[in-house]
Write a protein that binds this ligand. Structure first.
Ligand SMILES: [Mn+2]
Length: 331
């Protein structure tokens, strides 16, 4: 069932207690929209908490956005009657609230993934939004919530990270109007870009060099892929978040239609995490991700899998071949 943003606002106002959560392994939009909505609701007198599962902290560059004393690691029991708000989360299984029984709860689902499964009691899914932070920004206007400087920073981080620093097709005129509004509310643009993209530890650059040294070109060059093994991380003591951004280098290689980063996460090394990007709308990587049990956007998607190397590469190259019609080359 689809809900209007007005009805979402009403449900929020009518909820005495709220728990806000986002998807596992949160990125800039996830943590930005989560921290922004939380801060605005609290300032408006709501009883609201943020839920981040153990091991689901964002990258360190995003820590400054979060009021950590408001973070809980486990959701309060259903008997306490909290409304659950899930942000930027395409399906309930991918959420930091995945262990929660969502039945008999009010669940507000705010998202911009086109393949969102509408798992909530209230679903506001807007695929044309550049980021979930854009939906939160609209909601603030509708509910008359105050966007102070820190809230503006959170929303701005969601915006710049999900639009690839205003580079993707999602960077609409509305997205730029949102940026203008947030700058007017105190966002210091160079300071935020510096916090998110600079001041990088030398070890992280060395990890990037290692990753770039492992690029494979498959499917006659249309697939650029990097496989990051647990050893790649452990040998330089890299946290999992350091793979973020590597995929953009792959996507930028001449001839690439699909970029893929496959990594073996610290907590579940056998259950690989696969990130996919496409360089044009001719390949919908969310369809490939769905065939592996995940989902996402047309140009950015992901899934987790226990398939081995050969099976995974086959799944991805078959998915590409199905869409662009070339024969499916094997490794
Ligand atoms: Mn997003």
């Amino acid at each position: 069932m689809t809900t209007s943003l007005e009805d979402v606002a009403k449900a929020l106002v009518d909820s005495p207690k709220l728990v806000l959560a986002t998807h596992e392994n949160p990125d800039g939009d996830a943590i930005g929209s989560l921290s922004a909505l939380h801060r605005m609701l609290v300032a408006d007198g709501h009883d609201a908490l943020m839920l981040l599962g153990e091991g689901d902290d964002p990258g360190e560059e995003y820590f400054f956005l979060v009021d950590w004393d408001q973070v809980v690691r486990e959701a309060p029991p259903a008997s306490e009657g909290h409304t659950i708000v899930l942000l930027d989360c395409g399906n309930a299984e991918r959420s930091a609230a995945k262990d929660l029984d969502l039945t008999d709860r009010l669940v507000i689902n705010l998202d911009h993934h086109h393949d969102n499964t509408r798992f909530g009691t209230h679903n506001f899914v807007m695929p044309e939004a550049s980021c979930t932070a854009e939906i939160v920004w609209m909601l603030a206007d509708l509910m008359n919530l105050e966007i102070d400087k820190r809230t503006a920073e959170s929303l701005y981080v969601g915006l710049i990270t999900d639009t690839g620093r205003f580079m993707y097709g999602t960077a609409s005129s509305k997205a730029h109007l949102m940026a203008a509004d947030l700058i007017g509310k105190g966002v210091d643009v160079p300071e935020i870009f510096q916090r998110i993209y600079e001041g990088i530890a030398i070890e992280r650059i060395e990890f990037l060099a290692r990753a770039l040294g492992k690029i494979e070109q498959l499917c006659e060059g249309s697939l650029a892929l990097v496989w990051l093994s647990r050893d790649d991380y452990d040998e330089v003591r890299a946290p999992d978040g350091w793979s973020e951004g590597i995929i953009d280098y792959l996507r930028s290689i001449e001839g690439t239609r699909v970029a893929a980063v496959i990594r073996e996460p610290k907590d579940t090394p056998l259950r690989k995490r696969i990130s996919l990007r496409s360089s044009d709308d001719g390949v919908d990587v969310s369809a490939i991700a769905r065939s592996g049990g995940g989902g996402g956007h047309v140009r950015a998607a992901g899934f987790s899998s226990e398939l081995d190397r050969e099976q995974l590469i086959e799944l991805i190259s078959d998915g590409i071949a199905e869409q662009i019609g070339s024969p499916s080359p094997r490794i």
